[in-house]
Design a protein around this ligand. Structure first.
Ligand SMILES: [Zn+2]
Length: 273
């Protein structure tokens, strides 16, 4: 979607709602989020929906990432637009006149919906991981050796366009030029001062690693447990560079939250009436 089109859609709540509703229909379907029934009834002048099978009353947002905050449809699209433009949460809050805590929830929902859009991201969401030990080899001149690094964030598998690899976070005292995990080379990734409280190694190819580092440099540190989400976001931006990122972000936010409702994930065939 170009900016001109976006201005048409984002200009009114009616157009924005239409855009979100049609995206929800394609990504997730017009189904009951609780049981998956796809013959839902409109109630309350079309504002709410009711499932004839399980009786659940819900809105367009229910069960989807969209439901993480309650703002008007055009506000949601503007938040996504500003996120696409890489504005900080503070700037988005100023531009939209929506409170900072709400914007923070919104951008976290966008980041989590990005994670849910990739296989390795879904794996991370299922198991964000506490500190644990995994065997990691280090390489240096004159031969490699074995050490055990302490993971403070979950490793992330890179499955799609990028070579398979992980984000490895180690204690600060692990000082090696590179790490080998499952036979995959991991280069050091410097995210800038004040960031983070551990040393980070990424398996991404050089181009992607630089792209990710350059963007993460703009942040002045994020919470340890949030770092994988930021890396997943930057990796997604890298993989979809030059494509319609805004549309992809809208599609992601319109999908059902994995694991929230069984019904939305396992659609039943339409019942015969
Ligand atoms: Zn239902």
């Amino acid at each position: 979607m170009d900016n001109l089109n976006f201005r048409d859609i984002g200009a009114s709540d009616k157009n924005s709602l239409q855009h979100l509703a049609s995206t929800c229909r394609v990504f997730g379907g017009n189904v009951c989020p609780r049981c998956g029934c796809d013959e839902i009834c409109r109630i309350e002048g079309g504002n709410r929906r009711r499932c004839p099978e399980c009786g659940y009353r819900f809105t367009l947002y229910s069960g989807r990432w969209l439901n993480e905050i309650h703002v008007s449809p055009s506000s949601w699209l503007w938040i996504i637009k500003f996120f696409e433009m890489e504005l900080t949460a503070t700037r988005i809050s100023n531009e939209t006149k929506i409170s900072y805590p709400t914007i923070l929830k919104a951008v976290t929902a966008i980041r989590r919906s990005i994670a849910a859009a990739t296989a390795h991201g879904r794996e991370f969401l299922r198991n964000p991981g506490a500190s644990r030990h995994i065997p990691v080899f280090y390489s240096r001149e004159g031969g490699g050796g074995e050490t055990t690094a302490i993971l403070t964030a979950n490793r992330i598998k890179i499955l799609d366009q990028l070579e398979q690899g992980y984000l490895i976070c180690t204690d600060k005292d692990v000082r090696h030029d590179s790490l080998l995990c499952d036979g995959i080379w991991h280069g050091p990734a410097d995210f800038g001062r004040g960031f983070p409280r551990f040393r980070t190694y990424l398996a991404h190819p050089t181009g992607a690693r630089h792209f990710i580092m350059e963007r993460l440099h703009k942040y002045h540190g994020v919470r340890d447990e949030m770092l994988p989400l930021y890396v997943l976001e930057m990796e997604y931006r890298y993989n979809n560079h030059g494509s319609q990122l805004f549309e992809l972000l809208v599609e992601n936010i319109c999908r059902f939250v994995p694991g929230k409702y069984r019904g939305a994930m396992e659609r039943k065939p339409a019942s015969v009436k």
